[in-house]
Design a protein. Structure first.
Length: 211
């Protein structure tokens, strides 16, 4: 399990502070929603936590099983699903699973066949990803996250492009594979994050500092 401590972190693009003086602890095994209006900085915060975007100030500490994890190692401990994380479109589904799980350990030694069954994509195993519908791609992104044996899952707009059945499937994934993991969810849709015990409202760390 992994916990995250945000120590007075801030991010600025040019002269615009997206958030500043953000300090809090996201305890291990907790579910945390990152909320805020469009353009408020939810994705920017999650990218900083994932190590994809550098902070302007402050520090993020990650601890797993009593060990400190450095910024450069954190990517090995997390999976991320986000609209801006592209899938390799020229791969078939099976090729993508083989590729992804050559880097990440599958949860419970799950086989690729079982993953494809669970994502309702088994009949598309030889289809290139660029021929997938947007809902199929979203199920695939979420499956890659939850079937990876990592302690931290970052989800940006997890139910985008999913229909009602897909939303239900996503909530089942959380229940079945989200236990003992730290999960951060960027969203403005309560149906995607209603079960979260913690919330970070990005605007609370923005407006007062830009006045
Ligand atoms: N690379 C960048 N360079 C400059 N400004 C950026 C960059 N990335 C994001 N921004 C700005 O940072 C602000 C926050 O963007 P961000 O995508 O984090 O918001 P968000 O809360 O995730 O929005 P949405 O709900 O629309 O997805 C916006 O004003 C955006 O234009």
């Amino acid at each position: 399990m992994l916990d995250i401590r945000l120590n007075s972190i801030g991010k600025r693009f040019q002269y615009d502070w997206i958030f500043k003086n953000l300090s809090l602890e996201i305890p291990k095994g907790s579910f945390c929603a990152i909320t805020g209006s469009n353009g408020s900085g939810k994705s920017t915060l999650v990218k900083c936590i994932a190590g994809l975007t550098p902070l302007t100030e402050g520090k993020i500490e990650y601890t797993s099983e009593g060990q400190n994890i450095s910024d450069t190692e954190i990517f090995n401990f997390l999976s991320i699903s986000a609209p801006y994380m592209e899938l390799p479109e020229e791969f078939t589904l099976l090729e993508l699973l083989r590729f992804h799980f050559s880097f990440k350990k599958p949860i419970n030694q799950m086989e690729h066949e079982e993953m494809m069954e669970k994502m309702y994509l088994i009949e598309h195993r030889y289809k290139p990803i660029n021929q997938f519908s947007s809902g199929m791609k979203q199920r695939l992104k979420l499956g890659l996250c939850f079937y990876s044996d990592v302690p931290l899952i970052l989800l940006d707009e997890p139910s985008s492009n999913l229909d009602e059945k897909g939303l239900h499937w996503y909530l089942e994934l959380i229940g079945e594979y989200g236990q003992n993991k730290t999960i951060l969810i960027c969203s403005n849709e309560p149906k995607e994050y209603g079960f979260c015990q913690h919330k970070i409202h990005v605007e609370d760390f923005k407006l007062k500092h830009n006045l």
